[in-house]
Design a protein around this ligand. Structure first.
Ligand code: GRF
Length: 212
């Protein structure tokens, strides 16, 4: 649990933004535990930006610089967050690795959703990786963001069974539906319940948090 006042949230998204949509819908129902203030994208064509405008949420495209896999200068991104007094950043399909200025400023206050049961299948095309591996059960993970890829303490996970008649497409559809249920619920819990970190383990509960 972060503070008594309602947390101010920003989403980073690069593409379709269906997870943003799930977060924004939960926020508009008062079920997210915080206020969704802005969407920031590295891709001016991202449908996530259009979704934000439809929800009346500010849509921003700070400069990205010369590189494709990271932000050349994170300062304008950090400034945009600070100007809006953002407490927590939610990564939702953001396709660039983040580094020191942003990760330091938002240590413990940045979440990501990844479409596998981490630590299995980190990185790109996680659903395809799991499908090709032939797993019988997969799922999605919400975790705190650290420098190492898809590796921070786990906030919540949900399982998705691979069915006998699945195709990769049908599995993907159920995975996304599971993500859209998990992410808002995980954010709400993270924002509203006390927790402590015991090594890598994120432990919820008032008594547990007091011990930490
Ligand atoms: C989701 O599968 C998310 O887990 C992954 O990227 C995808 C983004 O989808 N990190 P969307 O843009 O939210 O529709």
């Amino acid at each position: 649990m972060l503070s008594a006042r309602s947390a101010r949230l920003a989403v980073f998204a690069s593409g379709n933004g269906s997870n943003f949509e799930a977060l924004a819908s939960a926020a508009s129902r008062g079920e997210l535990g915080g206020d969704l203030v802005a969407v920031l994208s590295d891709n001016p064509q991202a449908f996530a930006l259009e979704r934000a405008r439809r929800h009346g949420i500010e849509a921003l495209t700070p400069p990205t610089g010369r590189f494709r896999s990271r932000l050349e200068d994170e300062t304008p991104w950090l400034d945009a967050l600070r100007e809006r007094r953002i407490d927590v950043v939610l990564l939702a399909g953001f396709m660039r690795r983040l580094h020191a200025p942003l990760l330091d400023a938002f240590a413990g206050r940045m979440l990501n959703i990844h479409p596998s049961l981490l630590p299995s299948f980190p990185g790109l095309d996680a659903i395809g990786q799991a499908w090709r591996h032939g797993v019988r059960v997969t799922g999605c993970t919400v975790h705190l963001v650290e420098d190492a890829l898809d590796a921070g303490p786990i906030v919540a996970q949900a399982t998705v069974e691979v069915l006998g008649d699945d195709t990769q497409d049908s599995l993907e559809a159920r995975m996304h539906a599971a993500e859209h249920r998990l992410y808002p619920a995980a954010v709400r819990r993270y924002l509203t319940e006390p927790f402590r970190l015991d090594g890598r383990r994120l432990v919820f509960g008032a008594a547990e948090a007091a011990r930490g």
